[in-house]
Design a protein around this ligand. Structure first.
Ligand code: SAM
Length: 291
């Protein structure tokens, strides 16, 4: 184990690694993202074998993987002809859904080589073979992408993988043209308080900032565990989310909490008597900047 990994393990065991006052440095961000991306690469073949019918489904001209609230929100942006970048696009099916809604140039970015391969293969089998995909850690995006997009798309299961949320939002706004939008559907931060079980139960503090190490794998379709490469995820409160967006010069235009399952995490809570919000939709607009 190299020196840096030992330091990370020490810090991990002894104190919170991320507070608003003391953001992670570049090297620690890199440590977490590399570990996580290796874990995602490992999960790709498992996801592929579970979603056997996907290649057929995406070929339908009206294929749309997005739920109705999110579709309605996207419709307020009039996506036709707009340039869109999806960050952490996984196998690209959400971006493909947007292309089917008439959007213009579409670029998907994901740090997992294996998922980008799947995204290219899936899109090639449709009439939208021209959607582009690149493999990149979003903290290391090529700067020539900045200022080029009308919309940054973020769909379920992204912010918890981000070791630094401030930098994440800053990157989102840099990718946009002036007055462009970040549109997001995510798992509600309140679910960080729950342990997934049958039934899921309240177990953790909402304010916990420890990165959570997991070696049970990333099969969130069947929730089957496997001995996996470690991954680390990060908990953020709604205040973190809003304050990081404000610092990135993004103005909130819409926010809606969702009472139904969006990411298959603690999905049973949708039907519980005291159901918490399970997801949210949000829309931010990049404020015009003089430069
Ligand atoms: C839960 S999946 C997102 C799925 C996506 N919402 C969808 O349904 O298409 C999370 C994705 O984030 C990617 N990811 C995690 N950390 C990343 C990083 N630092 N840079 C780029 N991609 C990252 C993973 O490779 C994975 O494909």
């Amino acid at each position: 184990m190299d020196y840096f990994a030992i330091v990370i393990q020490f810090l991990f065991k002894n104190k919170s690694l991320r507070t608003k006052e003391c953001a992670l440095n570049r090297k620690s961000i890199q440590f977490y993202t590399r570990q996580n991306l290796a874990s995602w690469d490992e999960a790709a073949s498992i996801h592929h074998s579970i979603n056997k019918d996907l290649a057929d489904r995406v070929c339908r001209p009206d294929f749309n993987n997005l739920n109705s609230d999110f579709n309605k929100l996207l419709d307020t942006l009039d996506v036709a002809g707009k340039s869109i970048i999806q960050i952490c696009c996984n196998n690209g099916i959400d971006l493909l859904s947007l292309k089917n809604k008439g959007s213009g140039y579409c670029l998907g970015v994901d740090g997992s080589f294996e998922f980008i391969k799947q995204a290219r293969e899936l899109c090639c089998s449709t009439e939208h073979a021209q959607i582009e995909f690149i493999q990149s850690d979003i903290y290391e995006l090529p700067e020539d992408l900045f200022g080029r997009f009308d919309i940054v798309l973020v769909t379920v299961g992204v912010i918890n993988w981000m070791p630094d949320l401030s930098i994440f939002f800053d990157i989102c706004q840099r990718l946009l043209v002036d007055n462009g939008h970040v549109v997001m559907e995510e798992i509600h931060p309140v679910l960080n308080m729950f342990e997934q079980a049958e039934p899921s139960y309240l177990a953790y503090s909402y304010f916990d900032k420890e990165p959570v190490k997991d070696e049970n794998g990333l099969d969130y379709f069947t929730n089957k565990k496997y001995q996996a490469r470690p991954n680390y995820w990060f908990q953020y409160t709604l205040s973190d989310l809003f304050s990081c967006a404000i610092s990135a010069n993004l103005q909130l235009a819409h926010f809606k909490e969702l009472p139904y399952n969006v990411g298959n995490y603690c999905a049973d809570l949708e039907h519980s008597h005291s159901n918490p919000p399970l997801g949210f939709n949000a829309l931010w607009q990049k404020r015009f900047t003089f430069s």
